[in-house]
Design a protein around this ligand. Structure first.
Ligand code: TPP
Length: 360
């Protein structure tokens, strides 16, 4: 929600009613979390450019309010699952900046012991179930978490994030259909940042008002302002509460924008610099800052101190990653099977193994 103001705190502010609902303490916390994600991602970009991070790396800069506002509406017992643009979700779901940065560096101290990298962050203790690289591939898993909660009669809700590029995958339709048919407590959040790699939503989809797709599954659909952390929180809270109370799924279209390329190797020829500049006018962190100042809930000095702390945490995370060992090559089979040694004899008995073919 963008409201023009005059004077010292001129600029966009969060939607007033949602801000009242969030309140002072939470908005201060949300602002710090967004600052932490942004500074972490800026640092990750630098480390990628200097060769310390290999493989794919998808930054969350610009979309911070989506994860912060919505994860902030969940409980510790709830499950979170997302696609490969996952650093922000992991950070606010309880993973440390050190653990996430070390994972980006492929070190054993990373949240996935250096096996997953940027796209496959994972933390069982925080009920953060990845980090998935196949577009739309994790949406059925979220429906499975919903089914497990209902089957075991648990009050747990699953929040599942995916991009607009996943919206025309078959897995999306199958998963939301079953979730509605079986009354499963899952909140599906589409982070509509306007692009799937270099393809704009308008070029790939028959409709661009994605929330109306919910009607096709007989579930409630919402639009959330993905730059307004308070609005994002308000909408998700409504959806999470309904999922917990009535065991009904819902679908949220979070309208947002990514400021950086799809991944670190994207020259961004599909959009103009002016477009990006214009979108930055509604920046989530600026909006939260303006709101805090306008309401007298924080001072400029405090906000700057939080920002400095966020930078320091990111720098310390890099130090930690650099000083952490890489996985030992002799452990390459670890974590693949429950019992790492049992896979060899099993493989030797497959019909395709020439050594044992006659036995089959
Ligand atoms: C099934 C599948 N098809 C294609 C790809 C290649 N691919 C990787 S990211 C991407 C775009 C997805 O965009 P979106 O879902 O909007 O997420 P965003 O990157 O905007 O967060 C594609 C097509 C893939 N990973 N998986």
């Amino acid at each position: 929600m963008v409201a023009e103001r005059s004077g010292q705190e001129a600029g966009p502010v969060c939607e007033p009613k949602c801000t009242d609902e969030v309140g002072r303490d939470k908005l201060r916390e949300f602002t710090q979390q967004m600052q932490q994600i942004r500074r972490f991602e800026e640092r990750a970009a630098r480390e990628y450019a200097s060769g310390n991070i290999a493989g794919f790396c998808h930054l969350y800069i610009g979309q911070e309010a989506v994860a912060v506002g919505s994860v902030g509406a969940s409980e510790k017992c709830d499950h979170i699952i997302t696609a490969y643009r996952d650093h922000g979700h992991a950070l606010i779901r309880g993973c440390t900046a050190r653990g996430v940065m070390a994972e980006l560096f492929g070190r054993v101290t990373g949240v996935a012991k250096g096996r997953g990298g940027s796209m496959h962050l994972f933390s069982v203790e925080n009920r953060f179930h990845g980090g998935h690289g196949i577009v739309g591939g994790h949406i059925p898993l979220a429906t499975g978490f919903g089914f497990a909660a209902k089957y075991q009669n648990l009050d747990e809700v699953t929040i599942c994030y995916f991009g607009d590029g996943a919206i025309n995958q078959g897995a999306f339709y199958e998963s939301l259909n079953l979730a509605s048919l079986w009354d499963l407590p899952v909140v599906y959040i589409c982070e509509n940042n306007g692009y799937a790699m270099g393809t704009s939503l308008e070029r790939a989809g028959a409709i661009s008002d994605l929330h109306i797709k919910a009607a096709g599954f007989g579930m409630e659909g919402f639009v959330a302002d993905g730059h307004d952390v308070c609005h994002m929180h308000h909408v998700t809270k409504k959806a999470v509460d309904a999922a917990r109370k009535n065991r009904r799924p819902s679908f949220i279209e979070a309208r947002c924008y990514r400021y950086r390329g799809h991944s670190m190797s994207d020259p961004q020829k599909y959009r103009s610099k002016d477009e990006v500049k214009e979108k930055k006018q509604g920046d989530a962190i600026v909006m939260a800052r303006n709101t805090l100042l306008q309401r007298g809930w924080a001072t400029e000095d405090e906000i700057q101190a939080w920002d400095k702390e966020a930078k320091d945490v990111a720098v310390a995370a890099v130090e930690f990653a650099l000083n952490s060992p890489e996985p030992d090559v002799k452990d390459v089979g670890a974590y693949v099977y429950k019992d790492p040694l049992s896979w060899r004899p099993d493989r030797a008995t497959t019909p395709h193994d020439p050594a044992t073919r006659e036995k089959h």
